[in-house]
Design a protein around this ligand. Sequence first.
Ligand code: ADE
Length: 418
Amino acid sequence: MKYKVKDMNLAEQGRLNIELAESRMPVLSYLRKKYDNEKPLKGISIGGCLHVTKETAVLIRALKAAGAEVAWSGCNPLSTQDDVAAALVKYYEVPVFAWRGLSNHEYYDCIDEVLNSLPDITMDDGADLIIRIHENYCSLLKKVFGGTEETTTGVHRLRAMATAGKLHYPIVAVNDAETKWDFDNIYGTGQSTLDGIIRSTNVLLAGKTVVVAGYGHCGKGVAMRARGMGANVIVTEVDPMQALKATMDGYRVMPMDGAAPQGNIFVTATGCKEVIKRQHLRKMKDGTILSNTGHFNVEISLRDLEELAKEKKEVRPNVMEYFLCSGKKLYLLAEGRLVNLAAAEGHPSEVMDMSFANQFLSVLYLVQNKGRLNNRVHDVSREQDAEVAVIKLNTLGVDIDRLTREQQRYLKDYTSGT
Ligand code: ADE
């Protein structure tokens, strides 16, 4: 079996981490057991390009148990957990092509290795693999019959591709499932982003001013958790609706120009480029911490930071100190890449449980509907969302009320008013 990981000696630790994650992912474990006998994915080859973490390993195990052949690469140069990558190769016989710290060139080499396994289904987080197929592997487009996309940025890219008439196979937007983005994006990003900031700097949040750029699901989670740790939170936005929500949630909302001189810690969560650039960097306080939790490292202008600095040095892992010509020091975390995965472990297993249950069920959906879906971005069905919610509640031991017949009738009866 071909593979490329950093160090196979890390495999035992990786296995322990995967087992720990699995013990906190009851929905995915339930699905793995449910489909283990039936093997609905038998004969299906899956090419994955998602962060190689202990939670992803649990997803891969479930896909394999259901009969799939799987090959995997990471979807970010700094997010691979090398122990997990080694364990996937050694204990679970998965051809993995990923290690932490690979170059851009190596990153695409790894994706190419996955594509050489000739997948029938692709699984993306950020859409790099699917776009690689469309650009460089046109012949593979005849074989691939569907794909899934995990994240907001990837869904945006794929919807743009579909609108341009350039998407050549159907995609399920796992990100947009309610049991994904209302949990993973909010609670997962909220907690893991602060985890990344704290692990890398050990900074005290209480009393600090934290500026969160973007008040989508992810920014909302970060703002909520930062406030919970005692920070004063400022939100910056471009969307009037999101800005209004942030205002009514009790945050100060202002343009980045106004926030730049006030913040101690900045977190970008917009999915857009150059949210923090030269004019903002110039106004920032000495000692300011800069971090990003969006998918790509484009939200903080690294070029402007480099140009404003006369020196830089890594003062501890994941913390680069930029000494500006003005005499101020700014601290950039994890090279401006997603701080929650690069400087911590990504979202906790409990929340990835629902996201990856949706990934698993979406792959089943693609197999069951092979040849019947058109080449656009499809939403997860209400039924699938409800199934994941019900299983999760059951595994949490949470019971809920049920409508009586009379209540059901009442809800359908438009005649009974005042
Ligand atoms: N994205 C965010 N957190 C993650 C995790 N723990 N595993 C895989 N993908 C993630």
